[in-house]
Ligand binder design. Sequence first.
Ligand code: DAH
Length: 342
Amino acid sequence: MTQRLAELKKRFSDAAEQVRDSDALEQMRVEYLGKKGEVTALLKELKSLSGEQKKEAGQRINGFKREVEEHLAALGKRLREEELERKVNAAEQYDITLPARETGGSYHPITLVQREVEAVFTAMGFVVEDYAEVVDDYHCFEALNVPKHHPARDMQDTYYLENGQLLKTQTSAAQNYIMRKYGAPLRAIFPGRCFRNESTDACHEDTFFQVEGIMIDRDISISNLIYFMKTMLSEVFGQQINLRLRPGFFPFVEPGFELDISCLICGGEGCPSCKNSGWLELCPCGMIHPNVLAAGGIDSEEYTGFAFGLGLTRLAMMKYGIKDIRDLNSGNLTALSQFNAE
Ligand code: DAH
């Protein structure tokens, strides 16, 4: 027994030195400690011994068993550490000369057109202003010459909050604030999100974006309005845009207009996209009403100005050929991530 134990110990320690991975380790565990393993076989043989001999051999075999267990445990720990180190090293091997990976991120089409509009107007001396989405009745309507119970309110089905405030239905809601902030003369645009209780279809959403612009100075006329709109739209669409004005009614401008642009698809010849008229309705605008200037603290005898409210959502749809407005609020990244700044 002593002899066999000594041989076994030697065999075990030789074999242990050859172990390189966890599979080999498991094999050794089975070979020595498994039900049919070497140590178990030795323990079974104890039956044939008696008295002192049995006790002594038993102690030795159990001592060996503990050694084997401890040795295998230590080996397992070392293998796991080595494995981890290999993985870390592999992960750290990178080539700093490789070109940067594309992030896959992209801007929302509305953000893209908003930035273009901002860039063109900034270059023409306009400031870009931001304004709240929750506003009061005064700013959204009364300061814009739309008193309580005015029928024009019907066109903007408004979300009122319990505290009496409301979700702004139009970016015009910032006009008064900006007039008071800067006084005249003044050139500002203010993009923003608007809300109306609309039933949703391919052309209507309850949440959409507009960009409003105002220019106030001495002797501002409709010609200035036409010039700035034409310049901005030609830049955004990357082609010469013709436009026309038709009368339109909005209480905060006098006179008020609907601005149409020549159809982008047919260039004005007439096609299904423009219902054969050659024109697309784009943006309401007008000369700021004296009451609105007065509410903003501006002397309407001395100053005049124009205002426009451009549908940024509509502009993005026209520029990128987006057919359904609902795609824009959908969070559908496949649809939304295909547009990139030029
Ligand atoms: N705020 C108007 C709307 O959302 C659009 C508008 C019309 C804005 C005429 C203007 C304007 O600045 O002059 O229906």
